[in-house]
Design a binder for this molecule. Sequence first.
Ligand code: ATP
Ligand code: MG
Length: 260
Amino acid sequence: MKVWSVANQKGGVGKTTTVVTLAGLLAGAGHRVLVVDLDPHGSLTSYFRYDPDELEHSVFELFSEEVPDRNRLKSLLLSTSHERISLLPASTALATLERRAVGKEGMGLRVARALRRLDGEFDQVLIDSPPVLGVLMVNALAACERLLVPVQTEYLALKGLERMVRSIAMINRARKRRLEYSLVPTFYDRRTQASVNCLRELHRQYPEQMADVVVPVDTKFRNASVQGVVPSALDPSSRGVAAYAKLLRTLMAQQGRSEA
Ligand SMILES: Nc1ncnc2c1ncn2[C@@H]1O[C@H](COP(=O)(O)OP(=O)(O)OP(=O)(O)O)[C@@H](O)[C@H]1O
Ligand SMILES: [Mg+2]
């Protein structure tokens, strides 16, 4: 079971879209996929037509006194519009977690421990995280083998990214293993100077971390979310889906190399 997290401290950069699109492509290729919603706003949960305000059971249970056992964890999973994608949903109770977690031991590893208990159930796990550095994002970063950081190709993106890169460095100091990350440029519009300049600057500042793909602005993403289906099910040949398919090929090749 492989775990990838998608995070950026900046909001609205395409995190949830990245999770949903990659999940759809992986599931389409026959993988059993789990998507985990660690955002108290529950966008990923809402995407698949569940209401985070109404859900009684959610990923919040991972942060109770004891990490739930395998059967309990399995009972928290919800089905989605795609038969091979399961959802560990968020509920709005998650919003209280930052306050509750203060000073409690081991809260940063709850998701990692829970996923280990689900070993064998899934081939690939994708974790969506909130745009805030707190206990939830720390869990997302601690649970994954690789981190994807979507970066909106616009004027203010680089400042936000610096903050995220500093957070990754801080977390790496606390981990035994270095967390590798890939920057995924999103909302790219080659007709605008801001997009072109931002992409050039990203390549200059982060040559090692840049994914060899650019996700274009594509209205199909919003259309898919309106219908609650993964973008590849709505239009597998759209430009946006094609970009994520290319990203996935690169990630799978890297995964293969790290296993070899
Ligand atoms: N490449 C794209 N082209 C056009 N629209 C996009 C693209 N990526 C995402 N969107 C749309 O932009 C909006 C924000 O995207 P998304 O929810 O994925 O961002 P996010 O980083 O998860 O936001 P938040 O920080 O609020 O969780 C959504 O309506 C989504 O459909
Ligand atoms: Mg989101």
